[in-house]
Design a protein around this ligand. Structure first.
Ligand SMILES: C[S@@+](CC[C@H](N)C(=O)[O-])C[C@H]1O[C@@H](n2cnc3c(N)ncnc32)[C@H](O)[C@@H]1O
Length: 161
């Protein structure tokens, strides 16, 4: 079901968590509201976070944008990673007690591994040649530079009692 409109009563679950899903939704705050509503106690969110602190991270942000572009044209919902300030701010303004943990991740990934399912989306656009050219242009621009796994922001929250 759509996470922004869950078919569960208020407080159905002790613990509600999402992993890497909010940034796939327009109006992700509605999904957070639903998580809070259907939880009686704990809420946990894990989201990928961008940080251009080194070349691999910057390459990954460029690669992510190409993925978003092709996915957008293919009709697949996926948006730029939510900024940590926005995500933390959303918990703060909802009057939750929360703890934040940032898991930094610098494990590198090769270009082809990162784009292993690119063709699934480029084919779905109906113009795979165009998107394959974009992919090759990015490969050339990055000049063999590596990509990197995402940092993860983990927010553990409790509803006020
Ligand atoms: C990157 S995957 C993460 C999947 C899984 N949570 C994990 O950690 O492996 C993003 C997920 O968000 C889900 N998703 C996207 N929009 C959604 C929505 N509006 N309601 C519920 N789920 C949604 C997709 O179906 C997909 O399973």
């Amino acid at each position: 079901m759509d996470a922004r409109q869950l078919g569960f009563s208020d407080g159905t679950f002790d613990f509600v968590y999402e992993r890497f899903s909010l940034h796939h939704m327009a109006n992700w705050e509605c999904a957070l509201d639903e998580m809070i509503r259907v939880s009686s106690d704990w809420i946990l969110a894990l989201e990928p976070i961008d940080d251009p602190r080194n070349e691999q991270k910057r390459n990954t942000i460029a690669a992510q944008q190409l993925f978003l572009d092709v996915q957008h044209e293919a009709g697949f919902e996926h948006y730029t990673h939510i900024g940590s300030d926005s995500l933390i701010g959303a918990f703060k303004c909802r009057n939750l007690q929360y703890e934040v943990e940032l898991q930094r991740n610098d494990r590198v990934i090769g270009f082809d591994d990162y784009f292993f399912d690119f063709s699934r989306f480029s084919l779905a656009t109906g113009r795979p040649d165009h998107w394959n050219k974009q992919l090759e242009a990015l490969r050339e621009r990055l000049g063999g530079g590596l990509l990197c796994e995402d940092d993860i922001l983990l927010i553990r929250a409790r509803k006020p009692r």
